[in-house]
Each structure stands twice: as C-alpha cells, then as structure tokens.
Design a protein around this ligand. Structure first.
Ligand code: HOZ
Length: 428
C-alpha cells in the first residue's frame, strides 16, 4: 500500500535530515512511513502509490477552498510568465495590503514577509522596539514558528517530540520568554506583576491549534486585552491558523477581540510561502524604513505569492457565505464523531470552533497544555494509522488541529465518520 513512499523515505534520509523538511511530517510520533504526496485536488491528497486520502491538514490551514483551486492556479500561471521575483515594489502588494485592511479593520498598516515564523519573530521585535522592554509572555503548548524566542514550552512538533529544552536556544534568549498556561488569566496577571514594566508583548493563538484544537474560555482573551491596556503591553494575536479561516476578519471578528498587532501565515499566499504582520499605525510606524526596528526580505511580497493569496482572499471577502458552509460542515462532522465516539464508550473530548476541530482521548476537558498532554496520546497513534488505512489523512500528531476545507462534500464527511467508527474497533 505504501511501497513507493517507503522507497522514497529511505532515499530521502540519505540527503535530508530525517528525510523531511519539517519534523512533524516524519510521522515519528505516530510511527510508520510518511506519505509522499504526488498531487492534490479539492479535498483529496494523492500519494505516490496512487492512494487517495480525504485531507484534514489542508496544508495546516490555508487550503480553505480545497487544493488546486482553479482561479488561484490560473493566476499563478499568468503571473509566473512575468517572472517569479523582482526584489522591487509592485502594485499587487498595494492591492493585497488594501484588501487585508478592508477585511480586518484594526489593521492599519501591514508588512508582508515569507512565513508565519518570520511574522511572529518580527512582531515581537517590533513590540520590544516600541515599548523599550525585553520580555514577552507566550502560552504553554502554543507555537509561533521556530524563532528562538518561541521555542520555550512550545506546541506542535516541539510538544509532539516532547523536547523540553531546545538545544541552540541560548539561556539569554530563553530568559526573556515567560510562559503561562492558556486560559489561566490569573497566572498571566501574576507573571506581569512579577516583572513590573518589563513585559513588551503577550502573544497568543486566539484559538490554540498546536496542541490539538483548544478554545479560549469566556473572558480569557478579553482579560488579556484589558491587562495589556492597563500595563502598556502590546497584545499580539497569532492568526497564522485562524486568520481568514474562522471568519473573513479571522478570530478577531469571530471572537470580537481586537489586538494591537496580528500575525498571519501561509493563508495570505493561498498556501504559497507568505506571512504578514500588521496592526496599529502607532506601533507599525516603528518598522524600517519609517522607524529603526529593522526587518527586510527579498521575497517579501513576492508577486506569485501575492497573486495566489489575493485571488483567494478576495473570493473569501466577496463570498462570506463560505464561512457558514464551512462551519455547517464542521458541525456535521462533529455530530457524527460524537455519535460514534459515545457509542464506543471510551473517554474522548472533541473541541471545535468554526472549521477547526480535534479529538483528544481524554477523560477531562482539554483546556490547556497540561490537559492536552495528559490525554491518551498513545491511543492517538493507533487511531491515526487506522484512519489512514481507511483513506483519511489526519495530522500525524495529537498536538495539531484538524482543518476542514470547503471542497469537502457531505459524502466525504460521512466517509470520515464511518472510518472513525471502524477505526475505533481496532484501538486498544
Ligand atoms: N506547526 C505547524 C502547524 N501546526 C505544523 C507545520 C510544520 O511544522 O510542518
């Protein structure tokens, strides 16, 4: 079933560390051979052995309308003929910036970068430059890319591989990253009180997606907002996963919360390598060349990435009904999962908001990293492979959210629920 993938994995390990270019892909925590993908279309991935999978990764979020969405593909083809990079300004960058400003009202200025990592890294540098303070607060199990400052109690692959301390991150850098438990407002208040006048920024995934999907409890984000206002701290929402996914205006619109700075990732490029950070003009004007907080990149605002993303985002803005369709599909899936999991009779928790959802094999509600970690993640391994065998491609870790795309049909969702039902019979 995976013959060609196995061959390619063997070969890849001779030239690429661990055979992959991003650790979570290696299937190391679930075991087995990573699938090598040949192509994707709509809601399906096709591997090199000719197997078809219903895809719940969606390139970790951006494929909101499914893979190879024709208008973006055509736009990429057209623009590629004009050259793939200039390292000079284009009108397209202005159109992209104006489009985002029209979708996210509290973004007054926006800077394009090439990844979510870069966006978050730049946002905290900016917050530090703006406030003249050094420390940041992040949350346990949250992942803001792999910049040094964020690799402290991080989620995603760091949690998946249970890496307690990342070698190469110097103690000097790590000491400026303070961590708190997600949904523990009092803990954050105590931390701020312990470091008076020293915290430049609080950065948070509004809906956590790097320890499975975990929702903010009522009042948590609002409490962080008030705390930041009171203490002169820059409030940063990492919308790399939630941006343009939970609503046209992202989690900010969906949850009615306003950040000072927002970070975005691959969704801005419709899956091309892009990120962006933006927000209040008062803060953003500290960025070079307006100010001295330096940040730059030859590929920032790359024309191919811009046209791919612009085509997608404009479609989302002009067709807001897509968000209801996506949510209806996700609720349909959640209801189906509830049914078969409750019949199974073993502990589980489903967390869902909009088109983000995940299952933890947990006896208690999953509200933070501690509860996500104490779920039966051994059981997830078996579940993952049983689903894969049945043609459903889930993220290869319990510490990742699942993402739905709007190309999924009800038949695909029914097939997924049936696969869950049958997979559960195999679990120990
Ligand atoms: N942390 C990313 C999304 N949760 C996974 C992507 C990756 O690391 O390859």
């Amino acid at each position: 079933m995976y013959t060609r993938s196995k061959e390619l994995f063997e070969r890849a390990q001779q030239s690429i560390p661990g055979g992959v270019n991003s650790p979570v892909r290696a299937f190391k925590s679930v075991g087995g051979t990573p699938l090598f993908i040949k192509k994707a279309a709509g809601p399906y991935l096709y591997d090199v052995d000719g197997n078809r999978y219903i895809d719940y990764i969606a390139s970790w979020g951006p494929m909101i309308l499914g893979h190879a969405w024709e208008p973006s593909v055509k736009a990429i083809q057209e623009y590629a003929a004009y050259s793939t990079s200039y390292g000079a300004p284009t009108e397209l960058e202005i159109e992209m910036a104006e489009l985002i400003l029209s979708m996210v009202p509290n973004v007054e200025l926006i800077r394009m970068v090439s990844s979510g990592t870069e966006a978050c890294m730049s946002a905290i540098r900016l917050a530090r430059g703006y406030t003249g303070r050094n420390k940041i607060i992040k949350f346990e199990g949250h992942y803001h890319g792999h910049a040094d400052s964020f690799l402290v109690k991080a989620g995603s692959g760091v949690a998946t591989f249970n890496i307690q301390t990342v070698p190469g991150v110097t103690p000097g850098v790590a000491q400026d990253t303070l961590t708190a438990a997600y949904n523990d407002l009092e803990g954050v208040k105590s931390l701020v009180a312990a470091y008076p006048g020293q915290v430049a920024a609080i950065i948070v995934e509004p809906v956590a997606g790097n320890m499975g999907c975990i929702l903010p409890e009522p009042g948590f984000l609002e409490g962080l907002r008030s705390l930041c206002d009171k203490e002169g701290i820059v409030f940063i929402l990492d919308e790399v996963m939630t941006g343009f996914r939970l609503a046209a205006g992202g989690a900010q619109e969906r949850l009615g919360i306003r950040a000072d700075l927002v970070t975005y990732g691959k969704v801005i490029g419709g899956g091309m390598p892009v990120g962006a950070f933006g927000g209040k003009k008062e803060i953003m004007q500290f960025i070079a060349p307006l100010g001295n907080v330096y940040q730059a990149g030859t590929l920032s605002g790359n024309p191919i990435a811009m046209i791919a993303g612009y085509t997608l985002l404009k479609h989302l803005r002009d067709n807001p009904g897509i968000y209801k369709e996506l949510e209806d599909k996700t609720v349909y899936l959640r209801d189906g999962l509830e049914k078969v999991l409750s019949e199974w009779g073993q502990p589980y928790r489903i967390n869902q908001l909009g088109s983000m959802i995940s299952v933890h094999f947990s006896t208690t509600p999953v509200t933070d990293f501690t509860s996500a970690s104490s779920a039966n993640n051994q059981r997830f391994k078996g579940f993952f492979h049983a689903m894969l065998k049945r043609g459903v491609y889930l993220p290869p870790s319990a510490f990742e959210s699942w993402f739905l795309n709007n190309a999924l049909g009800m038949g695909d969702l029914d097939e997924t629920v049936e696969a869950v039902k049958n997979s559960l019979t195999e679990l120990t």
